[in-house]
Write a protein that binds this ligand. Structure first.
Ligand code: DGY
Length: 334
């Protein structure tokens, strides 16, 4: 009998889901919306794997709903703040994510946000579309230069480094703060206070953890130049959005470019940041190109197929196991 795998979505980019269906029985959540936790739990019983997205909650309740057959929770995302890692560890479940396939695409989007926020592209495009371009004036739509500016990267992993490479094409000085990253010749390591004080653009590339939650709050915003731009393509919770809103409204920060928010998705209940003229906002599209999203699903599927075939997962979470722990007889009976 084929093993069963729960996919939190019935439609995903690329051919990954088809490949998965050739090997296992895929139980997919119906519809195209974000599935409710109760619906996922109802479908999970007896599955050996769960294929989930970065904003689907993979908690102890879902793992318990699957039961002792569950071997792998595979995320089609680089971020993994949606997974209860301790619950997975207690149950011997492997958790995987998708590094290595989305850094370049997310770095492209980071640069789009940097340019859009510094040059105020959203406000300029809206003004054109509103029919109010009657005359060319030297003082309209003035922004701040990106070329030659100092870029400060908080988090210097795959995405941070890909942003640094692009920044050199713009003649930027690049500095970074990341106690864990190896040095290279693209960027100079500095402490956080120096980065905040010297950067014209601060771009966030850290995962959301208990250590990074509200890493950028009122104090950090006050330490930035009033002409600076804050950009985030990491996770919403890294920035205290209320503090950011005040800083931008009060002119203590030039601008911000955000692809991620504390509350996602937003639906019609928009964050006030969305309508701020100096803030460019996008609906979490950092990795959203056809090729990259397909590659993410492919890697997530490969991780499931590996674990279910008793091979080590290709990309387990940092510090996490690549093979599931054998269940004790009592666990297996549960
Ligand atoms: C990621 O890969 O973490 C992206 O943010 C999509 O979830």
């Amino acid at each position: 009998m084929k093993k069963r795998v729960l996919s939190t979505r019935g439609i995903l980019p690329g051919r990954g889901l088809d490949r998965l269906s050739e090997a296992v029985e895929v139980v997919a959540c119906p519809g195209t919306g974000k599935p409710a936790a109760a619906d996922l739990a109802a479908l999970a019983s007896g599955v050996s794997g769960v294929l989930a997205l970065g904003n689907d909650l993979a908690d102890a309740a879902l793992m318990d709903a699957a039961g002792s057959s569950l071997r792998v929770v595979s995320l089609a995302s680089m971020g993994y703040d949606n997974v209860d890692r301790s619950a997975a560890a207690e149950r011997g479940i492997v958790v995987t994510h998708t590094p290595g396939v989305l850094a370049e695409t997310t770095a492209d989007l980071t640069f789009a946000l940097i340019l859009a926020a510094r040059r105020r592209l959203g406000a300029a495009a809206a003004s054109l579309a509103s029919g109010s371009w009657e005359v060319f004036r030297m003082h309209d739509h003035l922004g701040l230069d990106v070329h030659g500016a100092t870029l400060g990267l908080i988090g210097y992993g795959q995405i941070g480094r890909a942003v640094a490479r692009r920044a050199h094409g713009f003649g930027m000085r690049v500095i970074h703060h990341d106690p864990y990253a190896p040095d290279d010749d693209l960027s100079a390591p500095v402490d956080l206070a120096t980065l905040l004080a010297e950067s014209d653009i601060v771009s966030l590339h850290v995962p959301l953890t208990e250590d990074t939650r509200h890493l950028i709050s009122a104090g950090e915003l006050a330490a930035m130049k009033p002409t600076a731009t804050l950009v985030s393509t990491s996770r919403g919770g890294v920035v205290d959005e209320t503090a950011l809103l005040h800083a931008v409204r009060e002119g203590r920060l030039h601008s911000a470019g955000l692809d991620v928010f504390e509350r996602e998705p937003m639906g019609a209940e928009l964050s006030p940041l969305v309508s701020e003229p100096h803030v460019v906002t996008l609906p979490h599209i950092g990795s959203a190109t056809e090729a990259t999203r397909a590659a993410m699903v492919d890697l997530a599927v490969d991780n499931i197929l590996d674990v279910l075939a008793e091979r080590p997962a290709r990309t387990p979470l940092p510090g996490g196991p690549a093979v599931p722990r054998a269940r004790t007889t009592t666990e297996a009976r549960a």
